[in-house]
Design a protein around this ligand. Structure first.
Ligand code: NAI
Length: 327
């Protein structure tokens, strides 16, 4: 039998964790291959995490080979093959943007260092906790021995939201929507791109045939979906974020669908004019645990200005964390 994949999840007692852990344990990531969970939390949340582990036990999942919990990243990350960094410090009342970056900077600096020291040689690291792109940049910079392409930040939820909105507009099933791309930052400046997406093999922008809808409806609906969910639900999207975290990790490890691509925020090599070294979302194909940015797409002026605006925000975030001495 294949050995279990060791999967770390941080912020495991949080909202996303409560959905993510059960799906990971039940085989949503790797099918029949067992996994071992390594769950990291801050000390005050360990008791609540113990309760979640009791529930995991009570599911008697055949594919769950073991669970360990703790508050020390170096102990929890020992030998992990996949680290899903979900836990982050939310913005509290009166907290400035720089306070938020600083608080999260401390978390992702420590976790980057710990991964660098103790993770398995083949580790892949996916960052969900916000600000996801910059948190991934901080972790990556603090893990100099781990190849940079092993880090990514989650824009798959935005990608899935864009697919769902386009399917609803065109009446096509989600399975007919391909080649969707989210460019840039996982933030309100992100650019969900319909000019390369397809509906049943036809160009999505042409199928929609309504530039005003794309600009005034589709893009803001996708980019501000998180806020709309908070407004409706009274708390932030968690089950859909967990689902997207699994989609992204599964495609990374097992490969994206033949003839299609996915959105993933990865370190830029300068493709499409995105400044080198930023963790920015691109169209990527994945295979055997590696990704590559889809090359050669034509970018018109509208898309150019949207991509530039989002990557400018990423560059500002990078400058802010550089100023704080976090990278
Ligand atoms: P939550 O507040 O319910 O849970 C966060 C958990 O992280 C808490 O249990 C907290 O104790 C833990 N935590 C804080 N610092 C930690 C540390 N240093 N080490 C380990 N654990 C730590 O939040 P929720 O709803 O689960 O969301 C988690 C993060 O995911 C947030 O930053 C949220 O903004 C982000 N998010 C990202 C999305 C994306 O598409 N990239 C979508 C939705 C949420």
């Amino acid at each position: 039998m294949t050995s279990p994949l060791k999967v770390a999840v941080t912020g495991a007692a949080g909202q996303i964790g409560y959905s993510l852990l059960f799906r990971l344990a039940s085989g949503a990531l790797l099918g029949d291959r067992p996994i071992e969970l390594r769950l990291l939390e801050i000390t005050p949340a360990l008791k609540s995490l113990e309760g979640v582990v009791m529930e995991l036990d009570d599911c008697a999942f055949p594919t769950l080979a073991g669970v360990e919990i703790g508050d020390d990243p170096e102990a929890v990350f020992e030998g992990v093959n996949l680290a899903l960094l979900v836990g982050a410090r939310p913005r509290g009342p009166g907290m400035e943007r720089s306070d938020l970056l600083e608080a999260n900077g401390a978390i992702f600096t420590a976790q980057g260092k710990a991964l660098n020291k103790v993770a398995a040689d083949d580790v892949r690291i996916g960052v969900t906790g916000n600000p996801a792109n910059t948190n991934a940049l901080i972790a990556m910079t603090n893990a100099p021995d781990i190849p940079q392409e092993r880090f990514s930040a989650l824009t798959r939820l935005d990608h899935n939201r864009a697919i769902s909105q386009l399917a609803a507009k065109t009446g096509a099933p989600v399975t007919d929507i391909t080649h969707m791309t989210i460019w840039g930052n996982h933030s309100a400046t992100q650019y969900p791109d319909l000019f390369h997406a397809e509906v049943g093999g036809r160009n999505a922008a042409e199928v929609v045939g309504d530039q005003a809808w794309i600009e005034n409806d589709f893009i803001p609906t996708v980019a501000k979906r998180g806020a709309a969910i908070i407004e409706a639900r009274g708390s932030s999207s968690a089950a859909s974020a967990a689902s997207a975290t699994i989609d992204a990790a599964r495609d990374w490890l097992l490969g994206s669908a033949e003839g299609d691509w996915v959105s993933m925020a990865v370190v830029s090599d300068g493709s499409y004019g995105v400044p080198e070294g930023l963790i920015s979302s691109f169209p990527v194909t994945t295979s055997g645990g590696d990704w590559s940015i889809v090359q050669g797409l034509e970018i018109d002026d509208f898309s150019r200005s949207r991509i530039d605006a989002s990557t400018a925000e990423l560059a500002e975030e990078r400058a802010a964390v550089q100023e704080l001495g976090l990278i």
